[in-house]
Design a protein around this ligand. Structure first.
Ligand SMILES: Cc1cc2nc3c(=O)[nH]c(=O)nc-3n(C[C@H](O)[C@H](O)[C@H](O)COP(=O)(O)OP(=O)(O)OC[C@H]3O[C@@H](n4cnc5c(N)ncnc54)[C@H](O)[C@@H]3O)c2cc1C
Length: 345
């Protein structure tokens, strides 16, 4: 088989890249199909994040691109996010940020006391109702796999198995002009072509639940999140762990997530766990993606480092990578592999 582009990994990055290259380059995608961050993520798109309610400077343009790309694929769901303040300090920080000019357009309403937005929620410090969205990422993966058909190869690529000559690369009888590594957090493991970059992978867990909790048409957010999927189905997460990476869920985190979910509501709620998932976010030290070509092995490209907010970053990152790969366009310096601190110190 001969193709223009071999994509390693069919998570969010690999799926969107494959869709983006359609009609412009022939391709094959390799993925073992054994779980990834994309399947665990709730795909939330939240403007103000973290304890300090940070607004990424690029957020408005990233959001516009994400809405367009994911909307065209039928997986983008605009909806409000209710960020319940955890304590008085967080409330003060949230109020300050909501007032700032760049953040204000994303804040729909501030509440000052419990039950003001919804009498069923346990929000003693009030909260901020923000314009957000979520993306149905499992659906994106499934539909992309079906669309790829035989171009999706169920296997795992080791960097050492790829040989290179003047015309391109070869892997198990497949010839490609270029290979794009969309392999998520595994790119940070020793022995990979890009393992010297400044990675900071972080594991997280999530639960799929059936619950009699009051239905919500907004995402609930406090030290984690709960997304109501309708019909009593919920997905709730998450946590951060840096020393136990991979895709294995732990009982301890499962219990914590259940307790946190119950804490969002004023009355006791039932919660039957239907699935417990874990994945590892491909985070980078400066919270920016890695996009670009290997400096020495120039047939090899990287599209990775989407971190905890892949839904926001991936559509734009894919555009930049595709323009560089197909047209030789420059990668914005802030995301290039040559930036500081792109490499480990
Ligand atoms: C618990 C949790 C919650 C999250 N919540 C959100 C959220 O609400 N909103 C948001 O925007 N983001 C969220 N994220 C982050 C988001 O999941 C990631 O940014 C994004 O999914 C990363 O996509 P990716 O394609 O780079 O990696 P992945 O989805 O991990 O995909 C990488 C793929 O590469 C394959 N692969 C790896 N090595 C090889 C190889 N050698 N050969 C072949 N295939 C290989 C893997 O099998 C995998 O399928 C969350 C992540 C986690 C873990």
């Amino acid at each position: 088989m001969r193709v223009d582009v071999l994509i390693v990994g069919q998570g969010l990055a690999g799926s969107l890249l494959a869709r983006r290259l359609a009609g412009r380059a022939s391709l094959a995608v390799v993925d073992p199909g054994e779980g990834n961050a994309t399947r665990v993520a709730a795909g939330l798109v939240t403007p103000l994040t973290g304890r300090r309610f940070t607004l990424t400077p690029e957020y408005p343009s990233l959001l516009a691109r994400a809405g367009k790309t994911l909307g065209a694929l039928g997986v983008f769901r605009p909806c409000d996010v209710y960020r319940m303040f955890a304590d008085a300090g967080q409330r003060a920080a949230g109020m300050r940020r909501a007032d700032c000019r760049s953040c204000a357009p994303f804040v729909r309403r501030l509440t000052s006391g419990p039950g003001e937005l919804d009498a069923e929620l346990d929000d003693p410090h009030g909260g901020a109702l923000m314009r957000g969205a979520w993306a149905d990422l499992p659906r994106l993966l499934d539909e992309t796999a079906a669309w790829l058909g035989e171009r999706l190869i169920r296997d795992r690529v080791a960097a050492g198995e790829i040989s290179e000559d003047g015309d391109g690369v070869s892997w198990k009888g497949l010839r490609a002009k270029s290979v794009v590594w969309c392999d998520g957090w595994r790119a940070s493991l020793p022995g990979g072509l890009f393992d010297g970059l400044a990675w900071q992978p972080a594991k997280g867990e999530a639960l799929d639940l059936v619950s009699d909790a009051p239905l919500q048409d907004r995402i609930l957010n406090r030290e984690g999140w709960a997304l109501c999927l309708g019909g009593g189905r919920w997905r709730t997460g998450t946590n951060w762990a840096w020393d136990d990476l991979g895709e294995s869920p732990t009982a301890a985190q499962g219990d914590k997530l259940l307790r946190r979910f119950a804490g969002y509501f004023r009355r006791p709620v039932s919660a039957e766990v239907t699935r417990h998932l874990a994945g590892t976010r491909p985070c980078t030290r400066d919270s920016r993606p890695f996009i670009g070509r290997h400096p020495a092995r120039t047939r090899h490209w990287l599209l990775n480092g989407l971190g905890p907010r892949g839904t926001v970053w991936a559509p734009s990152a894919v555009d930049w990578l595709a323009a560089a790969l197909l047209e030789g366009a420059p990668i914005p310096a802030a995301y290039s592999l040559a930036r500081e601190p792109a490499t480990r110190t």
